[in-house]
Design a protein around this ligand. Structure first.
Ligand code: NAD
Length: 353
């Protein structure tokens, strides 16, 4: 029997190869006149291309975006926007650059246009994160949600294959946990299942031909759906574990998601049977956790937390931190099976239910 609450966030999405070329008219559609362009130093060239498309409406490129949005960078970017007289910001890049745009919007309410070039999904969420004195503060605020998102699969064609795979698996994690979210609803479940299906197909095809535009389009479409799920419903054990491992041991964000997800799903499998059926169906397999583990092996992404720098002696501490202030989860969080989960993820073993 259905019983749910459905809330959605207003954002305009333009999807298609070449949609970056519409940036100037999208700035105008927001009623803005001068846009700063945000990027990482590595993506300066793409940002310059956006600035050229903006022509006289460009207020300059700020290339100081960094992982985890250090507060100093956010302050510098806000200052840059103010001095340039900007009334809009265009963020071209992954979650780190879009996160910088959100940090600017949080203080100034400047409207953000996001042009995502990874599959992380931040552009569809009102969630922000800012790091100050080594601590990442996260929160939700409707004003940080980008007003317009231009999804252009041509831009992700240059994302190296391994980064594409871990980024795509990171997106699948949002949808997978959205399927058993406490505040889930049937619309998000449809999006989650289709998002996983489209991403899994896209990633497999990218593995055959990295610049295949059809494959890039499938992956980006899946990333949009998975990002919608992340922005609309709560996450559970898997996201708590990844935040713990990333925050406490400074492990890389997307790789950590890719490694932990099959194990978190195995942990929850008996408590979320409908979600597991949908994930397995989307992956065209019979077991959700094993199916994701197999997909990761096929794509050649790291299998173990050991490979990305976690020491075995840190596992007890990881378990303790994950047990503190746990997120809601369909299965109770118990120390012994959680420690076992971490051990298997650390060693790269297949998931065990
Ligand atoms: P990222 O933004 O940190 O990018 C990683 C690197 O890849 C950067 O150097 C970037 O410049 C480069 N890159 C990005 N796209 C490229 C392309 N097409 N071609 C070549 N290089 C490219 O990575 P990410 O995984 O997208 O984002 C991770 C961050 O986003 C984390 O800090 C995470 O917490 C955050 N995040 C936030 C949300 C949210 O809702 N707030 C959601 C997902 C992720």
């Amino acid at each position: 029997m259905y019983e749910f609450t459905y809330t959605t966030h207003a954002a305009r999405v333009v999807f298609g190869a070449g949609s970056m070329n519409l940036v100037q008219q999208e700035v105008e559609a927001l009623g803005a006149r001068r846009a700063i362009v945000l990027c990482t130093p590595q993506q300066r060239e793409q940002a310059e291309a956006v600035a050229a498309l903006l022509g006289p409406q460009s207020a300059g490129v700020f290339d100081g975006a960094q992982m985890h949005v250090p507060i100093e960078n956010a302050r510098r970017a806000r200052e840059f926007a103010k001095e340039a007289g900007a009334d809009c910001a265009v963020a071209i890049g992954g979650g780190s650059t879009i996160g910088l745009g959100k940090a600017i919007a949080l203080e100034s309410s400047l409207p953000i246009i996001a042009i995502p070039t990874t599959y992380a999904g931040s552009e569809m969420t009102p969630i922000f994160g800012i790091t100050e004195d080594g601590l990442k503060r996260t929160g939700r605020d409707a004003k940080v949600l980008p007003k317009t998102v231009l999804y252009d699969p041509e831009l992700s064609a240059g994302l190296p294959a391994q980064l594409s795979f871990v980024s795509g698996l990171n997106a699948i994690a949002h949808a997978a946990e959205g399927l058993y979210a406490k505040d889930g609803n049937p619309v998000m479940a449809l999006m989650a299942e289709e998002g996983i299906r489209s991403l899994a197909k896209g990633l497999r095809d990218i593995n055959k031909r990295h610049r295949n535009m059809e494959a890039r389009s499938d992956a980006l479409y899946g990333a949009w759906l998975c990002g919608m799920v992340l922005g609309n419903v709560g996450m559970a054990l898997h996201h708590k574990l990844c935040h713990t491992l990333g925050g406490t041991f400074n492990l890389p964000h997307a790789e950590t998601h890719a490694i932990v997800l099959p194990h978190a799903l195995a942990y929850n499998s008996t408590a979320a049977e409908d979600a597991m059926l949908r994930i397995a169906r989307a992956l065209d397999t019979t077991n959700a956790a094993q199916g994701l583990y197999d997909l990761s092996r096929e794509l050649g992404v790291p299998a173990s937390l050991a490979e990305i720098g976690l020491r075995e002696e840190d596992l007890d501490r990881a378990c303790e931190v994950a047990m503190s202030n746990p997120y809601w989860n369909p299965r109770a969080i118990e120390a012994a099976p959680l420690r076992e989960l971490l051990q298997r993820a650390w060693a790269g073993h297949p998931p065990r239910e």
